[in-house]
Design a protein around this ligand. Sequence first.
Ligand SMILES: Nc1ncnc2c1ncn2[C@@H]1O[C@H](COP(=O)(O)OP(=O)(O)OP(=O)(O)O)[C@@H](O)[C@H]1O
Length: 399
Amino acid sequence: MEGLTKSFGSQNIWRDVTLTLPEGEVSALLGPSGTGKSVFLKTLIGLLHPEQGSVIIDGTDITKCSARELYEIRKLFGVLFQDGALFGSMSLFDNIAFPLREHTKKNETEIRSIVMEKIELVGLSGAEDKLPGEISGGMRKRAGLARALVLDPQIILCDEPDSGLDPVRTAYISQLLIDINAQIDATILIVTHNINIARTIPDNIGMLFRKELVMFGPREVLLTSEQPVVKQFLSGDRFGPIGMSEEKDEAVAAAEAAMQAAGISGGGTKDDFSEIIPQVQPNPGMPERKAVARHRRNIEEVLHTLPANAQEAIRVSMAEEDKIIAENRAQAAVQAGAAQSAAAAVAAGSAAAGVTANQAANATTDVFNTVGEAADEGSWVTPSDAPTAPVETDDSGSP
Ligand SMILES: Nc1ncnc2c1ncn2[C@@H]1O[C@H](COP(=O)(O)OP(=O)(O)OP(=O)(O)O)[C@@H](O)[C@H]1O
């Protein structure tokens, strides 16, 4: 995105926004309500037209290309809208199959196989015949994500993936995004207000405020920023430059300063965001994220230009990340070794008992599962170690 400016009539939303979403990395866009984050996502897919600037995707400027080219480029995107944006009269299956029927010539057998794979990926197996109105908000969200994934997108845009979800379901969907990134190496942009997501999921964070992109870069830069607007946003404090509906004038700011001096709380958390917590890692069994190496190369190029505290935070978080990755690799090796010996033992035992090859294979699968579960409980070190797909009943918690 280069020099993007968007207005509705005389109302300017943001101006001169320039950023490059690093390929295959996960980025988050933060900003107070009404700063135009959703407008930004819609501009990226050509649903809204900026009056200035360009959006280059795979070499094509979608602000100037033909309708035909835009139609083709949109196939690269998977978009998760805030409410899932499902068709209310269609089953989940048909909703998820919709882009395949619309944009491809695949037959119904192929479509079923892709749809069921995505349904399983988001933990909705068994719910495929339900209508969107019959399931909870969290399930609708995951159905929306499954639909966003069916065309194997290169770019995934998620508008507030956590809205309407409890903290646990938010952790599941965040983990799912990291697992998807590990599996398909897609470039992901998440628009969110959720500070926990911002702290643990993205490689990069940007923030819109006062009609501008105030920063965009490695997550540690924003999390250690001394900028008042960033600190206020992260802490959720009412004292600071961000007001209820617009930025505050000097009189209000002075009154707040007096209240603070008198010991009145602005309600924000006292968490120290400059203490970086490790990024969520892909679940056991997932490939390692290719983005990690690329992100590091990108950081190395700009590290010397960053504030000293951000440089330090990046070094600490890289060391922490190396430790976690090494532990996970060791764990995976132990699991693979245990599974191999267990499989050999099962095969030997089966031969002795004269059971069929098929029975031996089934027994081997059970051994894999048992080893996997045992390993999960103990030592998989991530800040959010929830499995990707929750045991599915109903997001309300009832069976
Ligand atoms: N189609 C439209 N026509 C006119 N104004 C619009 C349109 N879409 C959005 N806006 C205005 O643009 C501004 C930014 O809206 P947007 O939904 O992008 O904010 P946001 O940062 O995503 O907010 P939130 O965090 O509350 O979801 C708002 O003032 C909104 O009223």
